[in-house]
Design a protein around this ligand. Sequence first.
Ligand code: PEP
Ligand code: MG
Length: 840
Amino acid sequence: MQNNPDVTLITPTAPVATATHGGRAKCLQRLNRLDLPVPPTVALSFKAVHAIAAGQLPDLEAVLSQFDTTALLCVRPSSEDPDWGGPNAVLNIGMNDERFAALTAEMGEQAAAALYLRFVQSYAVHVARLDPDLFDAVESDGAVGLRHSLRAYEDETEEPFPQDRGEQLGAVLRSMARAWEGTSARLLRQAKGAPADAGLGLVVQEMIPGFGRGECGSGVFQLVDPVTGAQQITGRYLSQSQGRDALGPGVEAIYLERDPRGPSLEELAPEAFAALKDHAALMRRKLRAEMQVEFVIENGHVHILDGVRVPRSSRAAVRIAVRLAEDGVISPQEAVMRVEPHSLNELLHRQVHPQARRDVLTSAIAASPGAATGRIVFTAAEAQASAARGDPCILVRRETSPEDVRGMHAAAGVLTERGGMTSHAAVIGRGLGLPCIVGASEIRFQTKKRQLVAPDGRVLRTGDIITIDGSSGQVLAGEPAMLEAAQDESFQTLMAWADAERDIGIRANADTPADAQTARNFNAQGIGLCRTEHMFFEPGRLTVMREMIFAETAAGRSAVLERLLPMQREDFVQLFRIMEGQPVCIRLFDPPLHEFLPTSRQGQRELAEALDLPVSNVERRVDAMSEYNPMLGLRGVRLGVTVPEIYDMQARAIFEATLEASKKGEPVVPEVMIPLVSARREVELVKTRIDAVAAAVAFERGQEFDYRLGVMTETPRACLRAGEIAPHTAFMSFGTNDLTQMTYGLSRDDAGRFMSAYVRKGVFEEDPFHVLDADGVGELLSLAVERARAAQPGITLSICGEHGGNPESIRLCREVGFDYVSCSPFRVPVARLAAAQLAI
Ligand code: PEP
Ligand code: MG
């Protein structure tokens, strides 16, 4: 056996590797090298286990010869990644009638029976595949329980319980190897990211029983708290126990460290406790990770059975990584690599407490992370009224429209029946840092009856309390315990280390001063997209906006725009001031005008009153403005070309605000962005007018200023013609929401209805509105980058679609050579960390 790497005793020099024998075998070798008291262990490689599944057992005599002749053994799985799971461990192999008698003399009948009983039952269930119910009725412990279990086994299999240790071991190995190759185990681990051909290693270890005279028992030991990451000894210990008994539900295990709440191992066996502390500290230092130590105490002596990385919450992961680097155990770069960027979302938002009970009503698309509890409301007006009362609410809509934005501001969370990752509710939710779930089509939205019917038939009405978990997509009944956001010192330290490594800029999409402040707080390097149309939904502005839309002539329109001008100017002054000299990219008006018009009769009546017009007139105009396909209709630069007064007003507001904000501090250099361009001529036309407005403002104020004019590249044609557009612009920012929509011919507002089926059936690997499509949209991006840079080498290139905050998409952005990515303010930290990891 000594020369066989596939079945080898673990020694400091044995040929054991994670990729061939699995993580557990490798870790046990590391513990062995540290001279820790680990019982003798034989590692079986993936190859050996695969052969066992095919019916070819290794030389069992050779395996057994590594252990004491009377030793009990256990077999545990050792997959490459512990998260991929594996078959259940089987303990106490070698128990038989003879050992039972010998152990009864040594440790008493109760303890010996417990060992034998455990083995009989797990052999019966996991190896002989008997129904676990057979043993439910059996008295659970003692010699009586053992006798009943043996009889149940023999009645069912019509065979005596195997007495030979070699035969027992062979059967256990075979059943574990076959369980790994079974279809359900395969599907389960593939869902956790394991490759189809993932291998399983097995380790055969000499048992330290955990039962017997003197202080005997088992437990787990950690130097940190797995929920908070704080340095604190945690874990449990149970006398006269083995395996993970101490962690079982309802078990009266004791604390490890002295604890006012109850007895502890420190008091019971101080020497064992001190030894464990030393061992755990050594493992932390040498294995360069916080480890969960599985241990057994045998008559006061500690044995280490295993070590795994402490299972941890996201906030604990950040604290642990930073602390390890601060203690010099790992480098800051390694700390940056150890935190999963997506997991930062849990720190940036409130979340449902990991240990809280979840009463799930349904699951849908997790569109904006964080958890919120509130009373159900069905309209934006109710949401505002609820906020005014100081009563948190969840705004429930079939889908949201710009008219709901004020309600969204007032709500604690949003739930919609329709929509996908880039639907209105999702985009606004992420922008506001508001937990949001969309596409909850399994719930019946009976908005007229003002109620929801959950898939299980439960009816929820206005005022009922629900919780939405925008991180998992679960809608929960009632109010589970929450964990507050935690941007503590460790978080700040980790982000600073990430920034030192990053080689791509990160800006934020921010529409309001509040968004801009969030962007600043998260250290965004400017605003990459300010969607100005959202500013027109502020109270008091919507009516003016509607008057502008209803103006019959250009002169009439300009007159109303005059009234909007000071409001827009003030918006921009505030943004510039908050951003303190950092770049601010303002996108000119983009949506179809009719989005601003009232759709309900009541709304139309109110507008008629405000404009002093007959309702029929309002209705006619609203009708006349409707389009068959508004997302492809009169919007974006097409409005700029056909109704140029709107862009004139916005440009003036931007430039006047520039001069105003430049009075104090650094001069502001605004970036003005033209949306939805598809042809060079569009840029020329708009540019001419905007240059003229800039010249007029400079002349009127007697003061020069700089500005940069750019194009939002979000149509396939603009990508293809980037070479002829680029010379007219200082920058191009890729709007990948519309670009994805148009490249696929897939409505971003409707795709949610069938997206999950498409992903499930493998048509799309991922929702392309969530993760940038590297093949199709990605090819357009790289073509555009190449053509734009060839035509204008100094051009700034970036992305401002929702993909800008998605780690997988940031990889592509970096590869095609963007200067920066811009994403929702709350995704800025995720993007900073993801970008740093790509650069390390
Ligand atoms: C885009 O299309 O990618 C974009 C950022 O603009 P919007 O989402 O406002 O259409
Ligand atoms: Mg767009």
